[in-house]
Design a protein around this ligand. Structure first.
Ligand code: FES
Length: 283
């Protein structure tokens, strides 16, 4: 059953225009530009979003910005948002700290197609802050590991200083539940791992042709990852791309996210690649 307001897959979203209060239970800088907020709903309601969905985060007097959930709904008591400081609204949100309140509208949009991913081999390819929305899927798979087959995860960052979720990375490196590979574009004194663009990670491990692939990262990354997937013979209908960077209002009203007949905010932000591959503007 879809939401009546915007036809997203969220059946609980009774009023998408009404922000709801969330209390910050933890706030710390994750990198020089990203702040990691852990929140809980002020009315103590449990989490009711799907991996890949997003909220519009706001402060009175400043406006609002779309932010993807960076944690899984399988973690029921709190949820994570990572906010990169890029402008007035994100700058104001960055000033918030533990105990402060954030206003959130949502959850919004269509997330990852869990019904199509369950029971399959999975590859997640995340570049830069693309790890934030995909972390909601990664945590989901790790929490319900028996529901999925082989799980490969590729993560690329510009440098070690820009890597996010350092505790997660440490766990994934030693976990038997995920075949994790990482790379940085630029090496540094203490970096001992792979150096190079994210497509170099395809040489590290075999990826079977029946794998379901999820891609989220900077625009340039999609093109080169999709070339690698074509070389592997992975059908385009088994590839999902998260395009949430294009959104503004989040509810199909402003047209900011429109790509031909698609609205990223309500038809996505997660799309089956075969449905949008002809839309040149999408990447
Ligand atoms: S973000 Fe406004 S129409 Fe999609």
């Amino acid at each position: 059953m879809a939401c009546e307001n915007c036809n997203c897959s969220n059946m609980y979203n009774e009023n998408i225009f009404m922000p709801k209060e969330a209390v910050i239970v933890r706030a710390e800088m994750a990198t020089a530009t990203e702040k990691h907020f852990t929140l809980k709903w002020a009315d103590d309601s449990p989490n009711y979003f799907e991996p890949g969905q997003f909220v519009e985060a706001s402060l009175f007097g400043y406006g609002e910005i779309p932010i993807g959930f960076a944690s899984s709904p399988t973690r029921t008591k709190t949820f994570d948002l990572i906010i990169r400081v890029v402008g007035r609204v994100s700058g104001a949100l960055h000033k918030l700290d533990k105990g402060d309140t954030m206003l959130l509208r949502g959850p919004l949009g269509k997330g990852f197609p869990m019904d199509k991913l369950r029971g399959q081999n999975i590859l997640v390819v995340a570049g830069g802050i693309g790890l934030c929305p995909t972390r909601s899927l990664i945590q989901y798979i790790m929490d319900r590991r028996e529901e999925f087959k082989q799980f490969n995860l590729f993560y690329g960052a510009r440098s070690a200083d820009e890597q996010l979720f350092l505790d997660d990375l440490a766990n994934w490196r030693k976990s038997d539940d995920v075949n994790y590979h990482e790379t940085v574009d630029r090496t540094s004194e203490n970096w001992r791992g792979n150096v190079g663009v994210i497509t170099t990670l395809f040489q590290k491990t075999p990826i079977s042709q029946d794998t379901r692939v999820i891609i989220c990262g900077p625009p340039i990354m999609y093109k080169f990852v999709l070339i690698e997937l074509d070389k592997l013979g992975i059908p385009h209908e088994n590839v999902y791309v998260d395009l949430e960077r294009r959104m503004k209002c989040g509810i199909g009203k402003c047209g900011h996210c429109q790509i031909n007949d698609k609205y990223v905010c309500t038809d996505g932000p997660v799309f089956q690649y075969s449905q949008i591959e002809k839309l040149e503007e999408a990447f």
